[in-house]
Ligand binder design. Structure first.
Ligand code: GDP
Length: 304
């Protein structure tokens, strides 16, 4: 709790009063040149961008500029109108009008696919969960769905290198993708993973966003940066889900919030849009409900 409060104050209190000049903690986060695109990538044209038209009429305040450069402002929210209460704890995510029912009532394994074109063919929105092996993917999936057998299914021999679809509440999918970066994986194995998974990212029309899991208990890893940059370059919407945020500083290492800041500083220049990010822990439950709420607003917007 102490850690969470400290991180919260570090990330969020600077937003309470309009900064001029920007507070030091702003540099903790991203500082993008371009505005946030208010879309979840597949159907941006289907929604009127209220805030964009308003911004065209009025000069942007320091406060709004700060919101646009640091926060993930979802569709339907004007950066001018963002208040501290609208920001999900331990994240840069603003909750907007599309947030809705978010709890998971039922989940069922649907299928494992070896190729993108073998994935379920329906119009339900989906979120792909991706990360280095050992990042805490199974633990996070367990924590989200509260059913151990779901993550276990993905860990069964023969399934770990497949695209596994789980149907949630009969209305949307969690998609478990193969982990990357096995310590002893050869370059060839990594290339295989890339072409396989890249095919999925580039061809899956119902993909709302990728949840890219990053271990916050260790310094930024090259392979995670490469993955984030590839997704960014290809305009695949993503949310950085920082895992293991309960882990306190190791004897020599940095704290999770310091690792998160380092990671963000290393990737910030590669994004046209400001990615959402959130801190989680499968041990304490940190971020679980907030992440589900975030998914609900992305999904409901996509669904319209
Ligand atoms: P996967 O290979 O990405 O599916 O990773 P796992 O979910 O199997 O987790 C890898 C290791 O990290 C296990 O020892 C977990 O107990 C541990 N772990 C996962 N999530 C957390 C977390 O939030 N906090 C802590 N402290 N450990 C975690």
């Amino acid at each position: 709790m102490l850690l969470r409060n400290r991180l919260l104050s570090l990330n969020l209190t600077s937003f309470l009063s309009p900064p001029s000049p920007l507070p030091k903690s702003a540099s903790f986060l991203f500082s993008f040149n371009k505005t946030i695109a208010h879309s979840t990538h597949k159907r941006p044209e289907s929604k009127p961008d209220v805030s964009a038209s308003r911004a065209a009429k009025q000069p942007m305040s320091e406060r709004a500029r700060f919101a646009k450069t640091v926060l993930f402002v979802p569709p339907g929210v004007d950066p001018e109108d963002v208040t501290d209460e609208m920001i999900l704890p331990g994240s840069n995510i603003v909750v907007g009008p599309y947030a809705g029912h978010s709890q998971i009532k039922e989940v069922e394994f649907v299928k494992s696919s070896g190729r993108a074109k073998d994935c379920p063919k329906d119009d339900r929105p989906e979120f792909a969960i991706l990360g280095r092996s050992n990042v805490g993917k199974s633990s996070l999936i367990n924590a989200l769905v509260r059913k151990k057998e779901v993550a276990l299914t993905s860990k069964k021999p023969g399934k770990t290198q497949l695209i596994n679809h789980f149907l949630v509440n009969k209305s949307w999918y969690i998609v478990d993708l193969p982990g990357y970066g096995f310590a002893r994986a050869s370059d060839a194995a990594r290339t295989d993973w890339s072409s396989f998974t890249k095919g999925y990212f580039l061809n899956r029309d119902t993909l709302v966003a990728v949840l890219l899991l990053i271990d916050a208990s260790v310094p930024p890893q090259r392979i995670d940066l490469d993955c984030a940059n590839w997704l960014g370059r290809n305009n695949i919407p993503m949310t950085f889900v920082f895992t293991k945020c309960d882990k306190l500083k190791a004897s020599k290492g940095k704290r999770p919030d310091e690792n998160i800041r380092d990671f963000q500083e290393l990737i910030r220049e590669n994004y046209k849009q400001h990615p959402a990010w959130i801190m989680t822990s499968s041990v304490t439950g940190l971020g679980r409900d907030e992440l589900l709420l975030h998914l609900s607003q992305l999904r409901n917007y996509w669904d319209q």
